[in-house]
Design a protein around this ligand. Sequence first.
Ligand SMILES: [Zn+2]
Length: 259
Amino acid sequence: MGIFSNWRRKRILRRARIPQPVWDRAVANLPLLAGLTQEELQRLRDLATLFLHEKSYEPVQGLELNEAMKIDLAAQAALPILNLGFDWYDGWTSVVLYPDEYATRHEWVDENGLAHSRREIRAGEAWERGPVVWSWADIAASGACEDGYNTVIHELAHKLDSSSGHINGCPALHAGMRVRDWRAAFEPAYEDLCRRADAGEHTAIDPYATEAPEEFFAVTSEYFFELPHLLKQLYPAVYEQMRLFYRQDPAMRLMGRLV
Ligand SMILES: [Zn+2]
């Protein structure tokens, strides 16, 4: 059983794989991909090719999208599923791209039945079974440096999280992994970060992670790929569960690099 099990995907790869020189340029511009072996980079190239072909890029508000930008996004998007396979991104096709952060209206009904509405500025969002929305400025900033901020990984972590049927901070786990172990790793870490943020401490992890368990998973996924040594040092059990889930060990491949 190969990662690309269906013939249609094989055909895309045969006919339309991202050309090597174009791919090499994209990789050179993404420090996020440092430390990957040639074999891993080729697998990433295949996944990025599928992302380009299966997802529908929909620029809005006058964003002009060129081929290099499309590949930049596809290369970053492929990283979380490097050892999972493209099937993990099945079930949605639209990628809506704004030039910059965008305003959206968040509406909800509280437990008393009262409707509320609030204007929010966003860098990205992932709809359950729906599109992923991004600000291009934030995608560009995400790939350019490793600072623990990566909106591409963040929103796609929400997509992976939804594999369990709910976006709740616990994706569908692989055989051999246990929800009990996941909770035992994530819950105390989440509570620790909430406690520190509530106490007004400066936290090493972006306090946005304290919004909800699903945000904690999405934000710590950003750190897992961008600043793995930091995450491993702060919350080793979380790092270990993510290593098992993503089937990658970024701290190992970036060994020797200072955080
Ligand atoms: Zn989020």
